[in-house]
Structure formats: C-alpha cells, structure tokens
Design a protein around this ligand. Structure first.
Ligand code: UDP
Length: 320
C-alpha cells in the first residue's frame, strides 16, 4: 500500500527537497506550511502531481489531517540565524506548540514521527567533533537561544512521546546544509556569498572568518533523513558532512567558483556565533549505512545555476 507522509514546513528549502524524494519513493505527500519563511515557488512544480497536496496552515494551531498517515516529518521552523532573529516568538512556538501538535497527530495516526533537529543543540561546542552524546553549550537567553532551546525542547518532547506513549520517533540533528532553493536573503553564509559574488558586491565574512562549519549538500542530507525514517533508531542521529573548513576558506571557494572579482571584507561577528562545528557521523554510518557522497566542490557547482537563474529574475539585492 502507498505510504502517506505529512511534511510540516514542506514549502521550505529542506521540506521541498524531502517532498520530491518521498514522491520519487512512491509516497503520497501532504505539505502543511504557513509560508512565513517557506515559498510556494519551491513546490509549484509538484502541485500537478495528484499524489501531492499543499495546505496553507500554521502548525502551532490544532492539527487535523483526514485519513491514514504513515510518516510525519516536522520540518516547520524559521531556520537561519537571521530568520529566527526576525521571528523569535514564531520560532519558539513552532518548536514547542508545533512539535506538540505534530506529535499528537503522530500518536493519533500511529505514524512514524521525524523531528528536524539541529547541530545548534550543541551551541558553541566544547567537544569536537560533536557526537550525539554531547549535551551542548547553549546560551538560553542569547539571540540564538530561541532556536536552540526550541529544538532542545522539541527533542525532549519527542523522547517523552516515545517513552510515555510509545510513538515511533526519530530525531535528526541537521548540520549546515546547502543547495538549490535556499532563500536568497535568508542571511546564511552560502546564499549571501553566492549572491554577493555573482553581483560583484563585497563578500561579507563575519569576524576574522576563522570560525568553522561543515557543509552538507542537500541530496546527501535528504538521503540520510530518508534512511533514518525507515530505521528503528530512536536516539538522535547527526546527519552532516564531516569535511570542516573555515568560513574564510568557504568564501574564497565561492568566489573562485563564480569567477567573481568581489572583495572579501570583514564584518562584526554575530553574538554567540559558534566557533567550530563538525559532526561525528559514526552513528549514521553504523546504524543507517549512510555517509555523504557529494564533495563540496561538486555541490557548489550543482548549486550555482539555480542562484544564477533566480538572481537574474530578482535583480540586484544588497545583502550582508
Ligand atoms: N557568515 C558570514 N557572512 C555572512 C553570513 C554568515 O561570515 O554573510 C558566517 C556566520 O557568522 C557563521 C557562518 O558564516 O560563522 C555560518 O553562518 P550561517 O548563518 O550560514 O549558519 P550558522 O551555522 O551560523 O547557523
């Protein structure tokens, strides 16, 4: 029988890629999204598929979906530092009330529940690379606290529904992911650097650029999430590419790829910006047989045409 999947936040960057993968695997897909940071343009091409439906809905309100549901992927949330600074209360609400509602729906339907968690649960980490057993170093009252704590609460709530109600739950800790469809002005490093490089503007590196991140190409991430959903793993699983590089090196790579003449300039480092980040993916390797396949160079090449096309349509943007 066909699986039926609900994706909250399915009109966002990751949700829309996940929807495509699930359709390709033969699922019916129902997307719920209030379009706060999502975009109908991300799923327009899926609307003509009879197995796909979109409901404009705020999942912090009571949730009802008719018929059977096999999987619920709770992916709704502002997800870039700029977005959760712009929408702090919505971020807290979707991580807490939204997670509670989505778990309630999973319980009622007997569905597998997958929560999109984040490497941000590790905060500015004191353990490196980060294993799932690390509890993190998070400032609850700093500007990033609204996201970090909402996701930490969401993980706690998910484990409570698993332990107390026996819901089949999965927790994916997503590390920095990039690829086509990232919002041009979401403020993250990749869309900002690509836009600046392609438009010949200064590329804005925050701080001295020595802080590190480990970037995963979106199809690798989605493959890890798909494997996790089908596994029996209740404990959190890091999905990310362990190749770590400094943000300055990342900016240089984007500049080189685009052949841009932009200058790389430095701007103040945001408060609580993590200094290092790299996933330990032993658990994903051993439990899911997963590891990333797309190199950073290849992933950037695959991302470039989408940015060129959308920037042509959007016209000049000033970012950073
Ligand atoms: N960053 C930067 N310039 C920008 C945007 C981001 O130097 O225009 C830095 C940011 O300070 C952080 C890293 O790039 O150290 C990754 O930032 P992003 O917002 O992509 O995600 P984060 O990993 O901080 O959630």
């Amino acid at each position: 029988m066909t699986s039926r999947s609900v994706i909250t936040g399915g009109a966002g960057f990751l949700g829309s890629h996940l929807a495509e993968r699930l359709l390709a695997e033969g699922h019916e897909v129902i997307v719920l999204d209030n379009l706060l940071t999502g975009d109908l343009g991300n799923i327009e091409h899926l609307l003509k598929d009879r197995r796909f439906s979109f409901i404009h809905y705020d999942v912090t309100k009571y949730l009802h979906v008719g018929g059977k549901v096999d999987f619920i992927f709770h992916f709704a949330s502002p997800a870039s530092p700029k977005d959760y600074l712009d929408y702090p209360i919505q971020t807290l609400k979707v991580g807490s009330l939204g997670t509670h509602n989505a778990l309630g729906l999973a319980k009622a339907k007997g569905a597998v529940f997958v929560i999109a968690s984040t490497s941000e649960v590790y905060g500015d980490p004191l353990e490196h690379p980060q294993r799932e057993s690390y509890w993190g170093n998070v400032n609850p009252v700093g500007p990033r606290g609204v996201y970090d704590e909402a996701k930490r609460f969401a993980e706690a709530m998910t484990m409570a529904y698993h332990r107390y109600h026996g819901v089949e739950t999965r927790i994916v800790r997503i590390f920095n992911t990039y690829g086509p469809r990232m919002r041009l002005n979401d403020g993250r490093a990749l869309p900002t650097f690509m836009t600046q490089a392609l438009q010949g503007q200064d590329i804005t590196v925050y701080g001295d650029g020595s802080q590190t991140r480990s970037f995963t190409f979106v199809t690798d991430l989605i493959d890890g999430i798909y494997r996790l959903a089908r596994s029996k793993e209740h404990d959190p699983v890091n999905i990310g590419n362990p190749r770590e590089l400094s943000i300055m090196t990342f900016a240089e790579k984007v500049k080189e790829l685009t052949g841009s003449k932009s200058r790389i300039v430095q701007k103040p480092l945001p408060v609580d910006d993590p200094k290092i980040r790299q996933p330990d993916i032993t658990r994903a390797r051993t439990k899911l047989g997963w590891e990333p396949k797309v190199s950073l160079e290849e992933g950037l090449r695959l991302t470039l045409p989408d940015f060129e096309r959308r920037l042509k349509a959007a016209g000049p943007l000033v970012l950073g």
